[in-house]
Design a protein. Sequence first.
Length: 399
Amino acid sequence: MPTVHVKRAFKYRFCPTPEQAAELARTFGCVRKVYNLAFAARTQAWARRERVNYNQTSAMLTAWKKTGELAYLNEVSSVPLQQALRHLQTAFSNFFAKRAGYPRFKSRKTSRKCAEYTTSAFRFRDGRITLAKMAQALDIVWSRPLPEGAKPSTVTVSQDGAGRWFVSLLCEDPDIKPLPAADTAVGADVGLDHLLTLSTGEEITNPRHERRDRARLAKAQRDLARKARGEGANRARARRKVARIHARIADRRRDLLHKLSTRLVRDNQVVVIEDLTVRNMVKNGTLARAISDAAWREFRTMLEYKAQWYAREVIAVDRFFPSSKLCSACGTLTRAMPLNVRTWTCETCGTTHDRDVNAAKNLKAAGLAASVCGAGVRPQRKTPGGQSATKQKPSRREP
């Protein structure tokens, strides 16, 4: 098998000392300030039909540090500030390539608090990490070991809304290798009653993490709404309480999705899913909360990058493919299939289907057909010969 070099981030919690917390808070503020200043400069240049690149913003940073108003930028490590400029360059590159929208300013209240250190700004020795401008190593909770002999190339320190501190170490993981080829394929249909229904008939219940904590979350949000707006300590405590509940929900959801995606990728050579546009589906006010809690988009992202790690294949069938209305036994297409119909009987062959299991079987068959025809993970809407392989509507068979 070919050698695969995969870099992955290992994220850990840590407990900073008061001095380290103060230093990191200053660094977060300076990173945000530099990003916003450079973004404003590039936006003004864009309005004048001029282009400003990373090298020019780096020269601007040097000039800003020499002014009396921004002299405090010299108090923190220069590496996170340079990295902020590189991130801004990446954001503009994605915009010009039409992969993302126009960048936005970073907000002190809502933007993620983080700072990125490269190898010149941290020391990793004997399993201890010391950042620039700090005398003591970070007190990291090593919840899992790093790969043997791993040397981090980037260290990212962040703080979430719940006040938790995290350090993320980017290093090469030699344990990620292509798995031996398997002869199994599975179709997976996502849903709300069942988070996942497989073509094998297995149904995985949706734990509805947000619903389980909805009462606690609602009470915490009411308490927060009663606090006067501003920088008061009472409002800050109430806000952190709300953030902790949100973090608890997100952590449990992410843990389940990681376990499911890893199992599917390890056990199957091909995983077939449906190409859903979640951003449009959440516009449905009735189902938006449930769809967001299911996190279908995050599940697909996990499947795709893990399949790339382990030499597996993920096929996304066109969302207009009638997987629920098509009989997986004889191929008859039913004209109507309301959402409240969970089981139905084919008029042609008399087979009784569970709606979700039938859809998963049809997704598997269509995905394997698309793989043979050369269709990819993101099927084309238009092809020289007509419709994509996964969008061909089967002809209705007469009894």
